[in-house]
Structures are given as C-alpha cells and as structure tokens.
Design a binder for this molecule. Structure first.
Ligand code: ADP
Length: 658
C-alpha cells in the first residue's frame, strides 16, 4: 500500500484540530449542515442537533462584521473551490478566527452540496499579529531613536552656536546635563567629560559682586524659581569674564530637578563702560577745574586786583602802598599755590603727590585768613573770631598745604554762613606724645546752613556737593574738601566733621609737626633775601619777552652782566663764540622754540672743551618734582620755579657756589 488509508487521515485531521463538514442545498428544503466531532467542537455545538439546526447555529455565530464577506464566500462556493478566513463567535471560547476551505459538487439525487475543512487559526493569527506588532514597534523605536538623535544633534548645534553660555546640572548632585561650547570656554573646561568632575569646583570659584546673590541662588535648592544676577567667572585670571546670568530651576526629561543657567559675557561691554566712565570723569574733572578757575581762584585774584587799585589810588603814600604791595604779593603767592593745588588734585589721584618741608610760623595763618577772607567777612557782616593758642609756632611743615587746608575750611565756613552769622578759627597746641613734635588742633566752626546727615558721609568725595548749597546758588566745585582730606591724610593727620542742618558746622583737624627753632626761620629769610652777583656774567636763554625782561631786571639788580639768547640754539651759538670761562652761569627756560632747555643742556654737556661744565639752572613753570628730576637728568645743576623770585634764584645760585 503506497497511500494513506481513510482512518489514518481522519486521525491526523482530528489531531491537528481540523473539522470536516458538508453542507447540502436542496431545492424547497432547509439547508443541511453535517459535521464531524472536531467540527462540532470548533462550532461550539453541543448535544444532538439536526443538520438543519447546525446550519442555523453556524450562521448565527458568524461575526456580524464578517457576515457579508461570508455570504459572498458561500455564493462563490456554489461555483468554485475557494477559501475564507472569518471571525466566528464561539459560544464558549469567544471570538475565534477560522480558516475554511471547501469544494462544490452535485449529489446523485441532483442537489448541490459543498464540503470542506474548518480550522481554528486564532493562535496562529495572534502570534503573527504579535510578531507584526513587535516588528512595527521595533521599527517605530528605531525611527524614534533616529529622531531623538537627530533632535539632540540639532539642539546641541543650536545651543553650541549660541553666543551665550548654557549650563544645566542636576540638583543636588551637580551632574552636568548640558554645557555648551561658550560655557566650557568661560569655565576653562576642555570638554563635557571633564566638566563632570570639575563643575563643583568651578561653581564654587565664581565671584558674585552684588551682595545677597549667593543667598538668592541658594534658595533655588528648595524653590522652583529663577534668579537674575551678575557674576565674575575666573576672577583675576587671564580669561576673567564678567557675566550677566539667569538661573532657572527646570525638570529635565529624567524627572530630576536641574539648574539651567544662561550666561552672557559682558566683559567687553564692561571695558567700554569703564572707558566711557573714565572719559566722563575726565570731562567732569575738566569742567570742575574750570569752575575752580572761575570761583576758587577768583578769591585771591580779587585781592590782587583790589590792592593794585588801592595802590593806584594811593600812589605816592609810601607807607600805605608798601603795605598794599606786601598784601598783593602775598595774595599772588597764594594764587600761585592754589593753582598748584588744583593741579595737585590730579597728581593726588595719580599718586604722584608728595610733601615738601619748610620752616613756617603757624601764627601766619591769621594773616592769610585776614588777607584772603576779610572782604567777604565784612561784606556779609560776619563775626570772625580767631584763637591762636600755640606754644611752638615754628614748625617744619608743608606750609602751602597746611594753609590750603585751613583756608579751604575757613572759606567754606564763610561761604556757607548767611550774612550776620559767626565764623571761628581756633588753632591750639595739645600735649604731644612724641618728643620734638607739636600736636595741633585746628577747629573751624560756623553758624551757617549746616550739612544733612545723608550728605555728611560723602563730604570728602570729589565733585560732590550738598544739594541745598548748589540749589542756593552758592558757587563751588566740590573739590576743596577732597584736597583737604588728601592733604590731611598725607600729613598723617585726621579730620572730623560735625554738623547740624540750619545750625552750623564744625571741622576739627589734628596734625603733628616737627618743632623748629626760631633761628631756622630767620636763616631761611636771611639766606633768601639777598642776591648779589656783581662781576658775574650770565647767559639767559628765554624766548618769552616779558619773562626775559623780568629775569634780566632781577639779575641786573643783583649787578650781574646778562646776555640774552632767544632759544637753545642761540644760547649754544653765543657760548661757542666766547672764550672758556667767559660766562659763569646759564639760566635757561625749558620750553623754547627750535631747541628746548633739556636738549640745550645735553648739547652743552657734550661739548669737547671746558665749556661743557658751565653751571646751568633751569627756570620753568612746571613746578613738579619730576620736572626737577628731568632737568637734573639733562645735566642741569639747579632748578627754579616761575615766576622767578629773587630768594629762590639766590638760593639756587648760592648752592652752586660760583
Ligand atoms: P565746594 O567748592 O562746593 O565748597 P567743598 O569740597 O569745599 O566744595 O565742599 C563740598 C560740599 O560740602 C559743599 O558744596 C557744601 O555742600 C558742603 N560744605 C562744606 N563746608 C561746609 C560748611 N562749612 N557748611 C555747610 N556746608 C558745607
């Protein structure tokens, strides 16, 4: 036997759970449906049923959604062999997917019948569907992953091209979630890998200039908020960055809290801002200087003009005019000193200012005040009180600065006290703890407009003025007290101000000065008053006609023979023309056309003969120490400040011992 017998075939069909059926369609009779046991089981038919009942049962359990498809199949089956997969509603097992295949034939009795197989393929379909679903899920995941990667690349690029820094790290464990190129640059970190280890330290080394910032940022540990602030990253290092930043607490995709910070580097802006501020301050200083010129300098200038007028009126009355002349000279001296002081403010600020020391009589302070403030005091009907209680009037000090301190305080007292008020100067000596030194307390008191408690802490700041004083139209620059404070500091002294608005102000200055002998002042006066140059030949190099005339008169009065050269070139020419030793001295201006004083001195010092060693004294309007040093560096022997005074010139010539 080479073929499977019927019983074996049935066994196999039963094992693989394939049901067999036969449906008969006979004209005028209900359709009959025959089935084997497996088929009945698959249909859910229980007990004895007639073929007609089975047919109805089957039709009743076809899934309604598949009914039209099933009907179509049944119709086709009547013609050809065909197959269908449809849903069958099994009464016990629920929805079932069924594959049904059948063939058509005609019975001996002449009616059509169909027969075929019926198989439950629910499990296979489910597995297929699951597999399909899995395949689709994998596909979807892959596509999502690709999208996510693309999106991440895109956002990374987007963040990296930002000119602002972006940093996100988790709270509280400081795990860096993102750090763009600019943030890495600011923190000096190479890459995001390095950042994980270094971020803690990096964050701790950030400097916050505005107080309270750290506390505001700390609050973010607990509160979901945002903070705007300024900070400096890498303070003091070469890549120090001034930053405007905003930190906001966000929730990152992992669900963790993170601090997201954006930084904008404003370092370049700060540089520009500083430059602008400096430029503004410079221009402010310039206008303040002009104010000072127009007001502070006017006080001594008025005295000069006033006394010159008085001299004119009383010309011929020798005693009176001599007195006026003395006062005029004193006022001129003061004016000169004041100009120096205004310039000194610039020097104080550049740290170039220094103290000079000379012998001075403290009691002269009273004369200075009388001379410079008397008119104003009289005009305003002020009551002036002066108390001078010093046991060591002769002291070594920077007299110009000391007078400037008290004159400034006194002129303020006069300025800010309305007519009829009182101004008082007390200079007293206190017991000194240091041997050879005298301790002075100068008190300047007034019954004037006073100073508000708000302004008082700013009183020594330059360019500041109390509102009521500027509003009242009283002129001022806000420079005076700044100079006063700097001078007091330089002299290792102290200054205190007490004031009540509407009642008055009191300034107290404490200074310690080395005590000098009375003789020291006498010697100074004696040594500087006489200038005798009889028999001396002097070559004067000066381009300014007026200055030349003053110097020539001064030298002629001292009985010197003077030759004038109008610049450095002429002076050298003249020196070359005369025999060695002809001139005893060259007195030269510094700023001259063609060849200035420094160059002239250098050229002379390089001459091949003995003329190279002729003494040279510079006369210059530049009154600062560095100008003196420049003159000496050019090979000059001495230095006098313009306007040239007999005393100073005599001293410089005496030092040369010519
Ligand atoms: P100013 O040229 O404006 O007088 P100062 O530096 O001398 O400049 O003083 C600064 C400011 O301090 C003044 O503008 C004024 O408002 C206040 N001030 C100084 N001295 C007195 C004073 N004796 N009484 C009232 N206000 C004063």
């Amino acid at each position: 036997m080479n073929q499977l017998n019927e019983t074996d075939a049935e066994k196999i069909l039963s094992a693989v759970r394939i049901g067999l059926w036969r449906v008969e369609f006979e004209e005028g009779k209900p359709t009959r449906f025959y089935a084997d046991a497996v088929m009945d089981e698959l249909l859910g038919v229980t007990g004895d049923v007639t073929p007609e009942e089975r047919f109805r049962f089957h039709i009743a359990h076809v899934h309604p959604a598949d009914m039209s498809m099933f009907q179509e199949y049944a119709d086709k089956l009547a013609e050809v062999r065909t197959e269908i997969v449809y849903r069958y509603l099994h009464p016990l097992k629920g929805e079932m997917i069924v594959r049904c295949g059948g063939v058509r034939d005609v019975s001996e009795k002449g009616f059509i019948y169909t027969m075929g197989t019926h198989q439950d393929i629910s499990e296979t379909v489910r597995l297929e569907r699951e597999r399909e679903m899995e395949r689709r899920l994998t596909e979807m995941n892959k596509s999502l992953q690709r999208n996510r990667e693309r999106r991440e690349d895109y956002y990374r690029e987007l963040l990296d091209i930002q000119s602002c820094g972006i940093l996100a790290y988790t709270i509280p464990d400081h795990r860096v979630v993102h750090m763009n190129a600019e943030a890495l640059r600011m923190y000096g970190i190479k890459n995001i890998g390095d950042a994980q280890g270094k971020i803690g330290n990096a964050l701790r080394s950030v400097y916050y200039p505005k107080p309270g910032t750290v506390e505001r940022l700390r609050k973010l540990q607990k509160e979901d908020d945002s903070v705007d602030y300024e900070c400096i990253i890498g303070k003091g290092s070469s890549n120090e960055s001034h930053i405007v930043a905003k930190t906001k607490i966000v929730q990152i995709p992992t669900g963790e809290r993170a601090a997201l910070t954006t930084f904008v580097d404003i370092s370049e802006m700060m540089v520009l801002k500083n430059a602008l501020r400096q430029a503004e301050e410079g221009s402010r200083a310039k206008s303040a200087f002009l104010f000072a010129m127009s007001h502070d300098l006017r006080t001594p200038m008025n005295a000069i003009i006033g006394y010159a007028n008085l001299m004119e009126t009383h010309w011929g009355e020798q005693e009176l005019t001599a007195g006026y002349l003395k006062k005029l000279k004193e006022a001129s001296q003061f004016l000169l000193g004041l100009i120096g002081n205004v310039l000194e403010l610039a020097r104080i600020e550049s740290g170039k200012e220094s103290l000079s020391e000379e012998v001075w009589d403290m009691r002269k302070l009273e004369d200075t005040i009388d001379m410079l403030l008397n008119d104003e005091i009289v005009r305003k009907h002020l009551k002036l009180e002066k108390h001078m209680r010093v046991t060591h009037p002769y002291i070594y000090c920077d007299a110009m600065k000391l007078r400037e301190i008290l004159m400034n305080l006194m002129s303020n007292a006069v300025k800010y006290t309305p007519a009829g008020g009182k101004v008082c100067l007390t200079m007293e000596e206190l017991p000194s703890e240091k041997a050879g030194y005298a301790q002075f307390r100068g008190i300047v008191e007034d019954s004037g407009i006073g100073i508000s408690a708000e302004y008082l802490p700013h009183i020594f700041e330059e360019f500041t003025r109390e509102r009521n004083s500027s509003e009242s139209g009283i002129q001022g620059t806000g420079l005076g007290l700044r100079i006063v404070k700097s001078f007091v500091d330089m002299m290792d002294g102290s200054i205190l101000v007490e004031s009540e608005q509407g009642k008055g102000t009191r300034f107290t200055v404490l200074l310690s000065c080395r005590i000098a002998e009375k003789n020291a002042l006498k010697q100074k006066e004696a040594s500087t008053d006489r200038l005798m140059l009889s028999g001396k030949r002097i070559l004067l190099a000066e381009d300014n006609v007026l200055n030349a005339e003053i110097a020539m008169t001064l030298l002629a009065d001292a009985q010197a023979e003077v030759d004038l050269a109008e610049d450095g070139v002429c002076a050298i020419q003249k020196l070359r023309e005369v025999p060695e030793g002809y001139y005893d001295l060259i007195l030269t201006d510094i700023q001259m056309p063609r060849m200035n004083g420094y160059e002239m001195a250098k050229t002379i010092r390089a001459l091949p003969d003995a003329k190279a060693s002729i003494p040279i004294i510079a006369m210059t309007a530049n009154a600062f120490e560095e100008d003196r040093r420049a003159a000496l560096a050019a090979g000059m022997d001495g230095y006098v400040v313009k306007p040239v005074e007999t005393a100073a010139l005599g001293k410089a010539i005496a030092e040369l011992k010519i």
